[in-house]
Design a binder for this molecule. Structure first.
Ligand SMILES: [Zn+2]
Length: 260
């Protein structure tokens, strides 16, 4: 089976001494595409560097809501224009995070909207980070549509969000947290979500699946997530692996980027 890793941060310092070993391990279990996702200007540039270095890497560029006071949508536009942009496949991760800071909602919203506009200008899809912010995410997407595709990374389903995703054809990425024991409620949502709109991710170095919970994550654990997804979907594992792989290829228009 082959796997498409839709969300990683291999620019993180924890990998600085062993990245090639980690990637070999992932490639050995069948992972043959990786998206390295930016969260500020610097990480976006690092993502492009990885995509330049490795044939099987692609980059997403963007400012995470936690870096709202650090970088701007204009910075990301500059990153796009000042670097080799052939393998930039998305704007992300962008959105809302109210887990720690709630007093800058308007500022987060402005940055989010400006980056949706940027994605529309660049004809790229967006990768959404939404934490403790379902309502704001829902309302903002109603106000400002991403014309080239929307993917909810590390999807935290609720009735409203699942309905919204189905109605609007949004994609959702499931990660290691679907394997956590307290998250058995995921089953009910995963059953409802059409397989055609699902992709998988590890969000490395974060969110290791069981039984590795709490350790530094890596993409060789993607098959664990795929297996759990197949179990919840009550579908053949190989079918699920193939389908989510093809969904990822389509969502990120990988074939177009390979031809550039
Ligand atoms: Zn991330």
């Amino acid at each position: 089976m082959k796997y498409f890793e839709t969300h990683t941060h291999y620019n993180d310092d924890v990998y600085k001494d062993n990245l090639d070993d980690i990637l070999k391990e992932a490639r050995d279990v069948g992972v043959d595409k990786f998206i390295n996702v930016g969260y500020n200007k610097e990480a976006s540039i690092e993502s492009i560097k990885l995509a330049t270095k490795y044939d099987d890497f692609f980059a997403a560029i963007g400012v995470h809501p936690s870096d709202v006071d650090k970088d701007t949508a204009q910075d990301i536009y500059d990153v796009y224009n000042q670097n080799d942009n052939k393998k930039i496949v998305a704007v992300g991760e962008i959105g809302f995070d109210f887990a720690f800071v709630k007093d800058n909602k308007e500022k987060q919203k402005r940055l989010f909207i400006e980056q949706i506009e940027l994605a529309n200008t660049l004809k790229l899809p967006i990768l959404i980070h939404s934490r403790d912010a379902s309502l704001e995410t829902y309302n903002t997407l109603k106000e400002k549509k991403a014309e080239y595709g929307t993917l909810f990374h590390c999807f935290q389903p609720s009735d409203d969000l699942v309905r919204l995703a189905i109605q609007n054809g949004y994609f959702v990425a499931f990660g290691g947290n679907i394997t956590f024991k307290r998250n058995a409620s995921f089953k009910n949502y995963i059953e409802k979500m059409p397989i055609e709109q699902i992709v998988i991710e590890t969000d490395s170095p974060y969110l290791s699946p069981e039984p590795y919970r709490g350790t530094t994550n890596n993409s060789s654990r993607l098959p664990i997530i795929c297996k759990k997804l197949a179990e919840y979907k009550n579908m053949d594992e190989e079918y699920v692996a193939d389908t989510v792989y093809n969904n990822s290829m389509k969502f990120f228009k990988i074939n177009n980027h390979l031809e550039m």
